[in-house]
Write a protein that binds this ligand. Structure first.
Ligand code: AMP
Length: 491
């Protein structure tokens, strides 16, 4: 039923007088790396909410003609990324529910972990809910009071906020939500703060009043000229319906436990994003520097796998004193990762995406730095390519610990049987990838590189310690599918 995994970008803007649809387009474009499957926005002019969403990249879904037809003073937007199999128009966001005076829209980044229990509470039959985001919209919609004609506009004002205060404490898992009704935008971060969400301000000008922005990552603020104010706190709900913002804490204190996804620092977030007060690029460079202190090796050239491996490679070169150079060119018109259903197609995708710089590589002992190995398909094809280009030795350095456990909190990952580090020993991985040596950054060094003293992380993908119990469907040969609730490592 609700197996769609969401690794998404969310955005919201409240800015009377400004072209909110265009601002949302720019914000979503800056968040394109968080989701390339579908894009959408919902715009309100105070009376009418218009939703436009479709499959494809932000630039495919929207053009000037469409944007200029979307008028209003507030908007929310979403870019979605799930597995190819569950790619579906019905799951494109924002989700819209027509309740209350006009209705509300919801954009979600994350994955809920108690969807079955919530669907039961919502009296929804299995199969009726198309995604966990849709389920939350349904639960919220059920909280709205009857839309009686005598209810005034003022009496409707707090409906969405009240519905959230009722529903949010029941929701478990990872959720950064940006919501809107006709008059306001609302941002919510789950009590663990698994996924990022930040707040920005559009300063008043001669022409416009002050406005507010919510975004998964801070570059979406930069691109529209907003000032970064702060990251939302885990468990915080921010309501924006005028010049001032209000902050509400809908979750019980005992659920507050900051666990920002450590993989956002390793791979997922943009390098120019601020997380836990630091720019991600600096953290990635320090990861490389610390990696150079682990198992030093002689080499002629340090190179990064474009683009996510590059900052750590810079750091590795700095830390080791071995010159940094480029060994691979990436076709810049190809999205972040070529997502194809089969291993063979994925390996071909690598050829399409990367091409070696033969003169830089031939006869050299190259130290290749990448951020992570997931299935190993890309990595194996990339190593083969470097060998064919004449590399004398290939020493692979990975700026994160072995990725061994699937993510149930909003990053799309294959199941355990496909995670290379879960199914092979280090020696087997060296052999499979055909490298001369391999070293992963330790978890201690990763945390040290992020340099956010006292901050909490979710490192479930690296350690198997799942901070919130997850429902795992385990296929047992010859037996029905069973659901296992686990507080730590699920089987
Ligand atoms: P592979 O070794 O074939 O699994 O590919 C690993 C590469 O994919 C890493 O170098 C990352 O740059 C990238 N990557 C890591 N996690 C993800 C993810 N969840 N979705 C898409 N690409 C990813």
């Amino acid at each position: 039923m609700m197996d769609a995994k969401e690794a998404c970008g969310v955005f919201g803007v409240y800015a009377p007088g400004r072209p909110v649809a265009h601002l949302t387009f720019d914000g979503l474009y800056a968040l394109q790396h968080r989701g390339q499957e579908s894009a959408g926005m919902a715009v309100s002019d105070g009376d009418l909410i218009t939703v436009m969403k479709d499959m494809g990249l932000v630039t495919t879904v929207f053009d000037e003609r469409k944007l200029s037809g979307l008028r209003g003073h507030l908007a929310i937007g979403h870019t979605r990324y799930s597995t190819a199999g569950s790619s579906d128009w019905i799951n494109a966001q924002p989700v819209f529910r027509g309740v209350g005076r006009t209705g509300f829209g919801l954009a979600h980044n994350g994955n809920l972990t108690n969807t079955d229990a919530l669907a039961e509470q919502a009296n929804m039959l299995p199969g009726l809910v198309s995604s966990d985001s849709d389920l939350v919209a349904e639960l919220l919609g059920q909280q709205f009071p009857p839309d009686l004609p005598e209810r005034t506009r003022a009496e409707h004002a707090a409906d969405l906020e009240q519905a959230l205060i009722e529903v949010l404490p029941k929701v478990e898992g990872a959720f950064s939500f940006v919501l809107m009704d006709a008059d306001r935008i609302i941002g919510v971060r789950d009590p663990n703060g698994f996924r990022p969400l930040c707040l920005g301000r559009l300063d008043a000008t001669d022409e416009f009043d002050q406005g507010w922005v919510l975004a998964s990552e801070s570059p979406a603020l930069d691109v529209i000229g907003a000032t970064f104010i702060r990251e939302l706190e885990p468990g915080e709900m921010v309501i924006i319906d005028g010049k001032e913002i209000r902050s509400v804490r809908p979750f019980p204190n005992e659920r507050l436990d900051p666990r920002l996804c450590i993989f956002e620092f390793v791979y997922f977030a943009r390098p120019d994003t601020t997380l836990y007060g630091n720019e991600v690029h600096g953290a990635r460079r320090r990861m490389g520097q610390l990696l150079a202190t682990q198992r030093p090796v002689d080499g002629d050239l340090v190179m990064g796998v474009p683009e996510s491996g590059v900052p750590a490679a810079e750091g590795y070169a700095l830390g080791s004193g071995i010159p940094y150079g480029q060994g691979l060119v990436k076709n810049r018109y190809i999205g972040r990762t070529f997502i194809a259903p089969t291993q063979a197609e994925r390996a071909n995708g690598v050829r399409r995406k990367l091409n070696p710089l033969r003169e830089n590589i031939a006869g050299k002992r190259v130290i290749v730095v990448d951020d992570s190995i997931v299935r190993g398909t890309t990595t194996r094809a990339m190593v083969k390519m470097l060998r064919e280009a004449g590399a004398a030795e290939i020493h692979l350095r990975i700026s994160s610990p072995p990725f061994q456990w699937p993510c149930y909190y909003g990053i799309d990952t294959p199941d355990r049987t496909e995670l290379l580090a879960a199914i092979k020993t280090l020696d087997e991985i060296v052999e499979y990838l055909d490298v001369d040596s391999l070293e992963y950054l330790t978890l201690e060094h990763l945390v040290q590189a992020i340099d956010a003293p006292g901050a909490g992380f979710c490192d479930a993908c690296l350690t198997g310690n799942y901070p919130v119990p997850v429902q795992v469907k385990v296929e047992l040969t010859g037996r029905p599918t069973v659901t296992v609730a686990a507080g730590s490592a699920p089987a």
